[in-house]
Design a protein around this ligand. Sequence first.
Ligand code: ASP
Length: 324
Amino acid sequence: MKRTLIALAATLAATAALSQGYPDKPVTIVVPFAAGGPTDKVARDFAEVLRKGLNNQTVIIENVGGAGGTLGAGKVAKAAPDGHTLLLHHIGMATSPGLYRSLPYKTLDDFEYLGMINEVPMTLIGRSTLPANNYAELVKWLEANKGKINLANAGLGAASHLCGLLLQQSLKIEMTTVPYKGTAPAMTDLLGGQVDIMCDQTTNTTGQIESGKVKAYAVTTLKPLTTPALSKLPTLDASGLKGFNVSIWHALYAPKGTPKAVQDKINAALAAALKDPEFIKRQEALGAVVVTDNRLKPAEHKKFVEAEINKWGPAIKAAGQYAD
Ligand code: ASP
């Protein structure tokens, strides 16, 4: 008994020491999409506030784009479980299990869930040279141009893919999807007129809509948005696509096996970061809402991801979308 207690005390002391020392070198957050895109923007903004709760250590963003976010997630699943390599991913964490026949990781088993960060609506946007000036005109244009429409996305499993998939299903119009490593490069091509339309998070589109560089047609959430530049946009739900509802969420993960004390320290830093008034203000200006509910807790975050997997999986399978 005494020996057990001594061993337990030693373990607790070692764990405490571990978290006190953590992080003892820069922390890398892997973003599984290209630099300059919406996930990247959230991550860079978040990293600035997260570091305050991590002894002001440097937090580096590493962009590992490709295959709809699954390459970056796979890299983190195999990284050393010491809290120095983290993953900031979006809804793709929950849609990729339905979209890929095999993934380079097990979504629910290979990660420690650290908490959710924010929720972001998407907008349906088009190149500035599209003749359609509102959603009704866009639908007419899409119908008249069947077989010639290029729809950009960030690869199978990306939020833009999911939104585009639902759009094609709801409108019963098939489009040619053009995958990129993130919607930052997709936006470059949309601005250049090489692709016609795409769905993207407001964190990436608000500025482009404000400056008139892209045409904005609708928002993907059930409620209209309050951000001034986006408040006049109709919802797809109210525009005839009843029930259309896509809201993107971001969350933080560590490789499975990261010590509990380290996980707790990151979770506390995350919770503190989300209370930072400047961070909240910047997120709101881009149409994003910082999470304040119990999904900040790792167990609830994991439950939520599980529920999202169960929600999207059947819809994706019904659409017959798979990748190897
Ligand atoms: N917006 C992208 C997506 O469609 C991700 C990104 O580029 O950050 O999922």
